[in-house]
Design a binder for this molecule. Structure first.
Ligand code: SF4
Length: 340
């Protein structure tokens, strides 16, 4: 298994506590690429860890033409491939997008990951390995990962324990040291998961993909809506805001002629204001064309924004990024080649 943290903990269990601290520092703070570099550990322990918990992360790297985005296809021990993306739009704003599952069971119709189907949940170590990969990569240019977003393959709240385990690893000040406020979890609206996350006392950001103002359309785009319809999702969202006092992001992917009319913008604003009286904003995402749909044209996007803002709803727009290497939203399909 890539970064088998469970096995690492088993091996370190029963040894003096400082050995555990040294081993974790080697992996997450000094970013060692092999146990051979962890020279503060005794040789026999290094050899055992090298055999049982290899630190190598086999990956195939591709970069966008503008250099702002890179994608790594990581091969896991069982042959599954997952993808993770590094976005470098401003100096020192390095953001890593991580996958939480190999494939995804939710089958949103606009998403290539949904097309690929579902293989399995990732372990905490397999999620952490993605950020570790980019931390090592950035270390070469004295950079570091600043933000982590769970927006890659999979539905994070269907792999709750591993995702939260990984969040704690990212957050550890003695390790990667990524502040909770710089970590975002994006969900298609798993109601129980939203309620559970609200009770964690964590400062992480939550975003919910809505993508439609009404249930018939949302069920067509996102089959999970038949289990968790808009009302249930927005009630859970309101509970989350109430309990955490944190601002929530509603994601809305604009598809030409499908969900981008001014009337739909009005309906969306009314729905949101009915359920979420405060502390939310809408992030509009321009679709990266993957064959099935067309991105909304700029005038339609501008009109959608105008209607939402006219109804008092705060709006942001996510940039397109990395579409030439299949690294943008909805384009992670695990198809890139990986080295043998
Ligand atoms: S958009 Fe997200 S939840 Fe939907 S199929 Fe793709 S990865 Fe899964």
């Amino acid at each position: 298994m890539t970064l088998n943290l469970e096995r690492m903990e088993e091996i370190l269990d029963g040894r003096p506590a400082y050995r555990g601290r040294q081993a974790r520092a080697a992996v997450f703070s000094r970013l060692c690429r092999s146990w051979g570099e962890a020279t503060d550990l005794p040789q026999d322990l290094r050899a055992l860890l090298a055999r049982e918990v290899p630190l190598e992360i086999p990956a195939f790297l591709s970069r966008s033409a503008d250099g702002g985005t890179a994608k790594a296809a990581i091969r896991l021990a069982d042959g599954e491939t997952i993808e993770t993306v590094l976005m470098r739009h401003r100096p020192e704003r390095n953001t890593v997008c991580v996958s939480s599952q190999a494939g995804c069971p939710l089958g949103c119709v606009f998403c290539l990951t949904g097309d690929r189907g579902y293989s399995r949940n990732l372990s905490r170590g397999e999620i952490a390995a993605q950020v570790l990969f980019w931390s090592r990569f950035l270390k070469e240019s004295s950079g570091r990962v600043r933000n982590v977003v769970f927006m890659g393959m999979g539905e994070p709240l269907l792999n709750y324990d591993a995702v939260l385990g990984a969040v704690r690893i990212f957050n550890d000040p003695e390790g990667l040291g990524i502040g909770a406020r710089r970590i975002s979890i994006s969900t298609a609206g798993i109601v129980e998961g939203i309620a559970r996350l609200a009770g964690e006392g964590l400062q992480v950001n939550l975003s919910i993909s809505l993508n439609a103002p009404d249930n018939p359309l949302r069920s067509r785009l996102m089959p999970i809506n038949r289990t968790y319809p808009i009302e249930a999702v927005l009630k859970a969202a309101a509970g989350y805001i109430e309990k955490t006092g944190r601002r929530l992001m509603i994601e809305y992917l604009l598809l030409a002629g499908v969900n981008d009319s001014p009337a739909q913008a009005g309906e969306l604003a009314a729905r949101l204001r009915e359920y979420l009286p405060r502390l939310f904003f809408v992030n509009l995402i321009v679709y990266n064309q993957t064959g099935k749909y067309l991105p909304s044209p700029a005038p339609a996007v501008a009109e959608f924004v105008r209607v939402l803002e006219g109804e008092g709803v705060a709006v942001t727009r996510r940039y397109r990024f990395g579409s030439d290497i299949g690294a943008a939203c909805g384009q992670l399909a695990g198809e890139a080649p990986v080295p043998a």
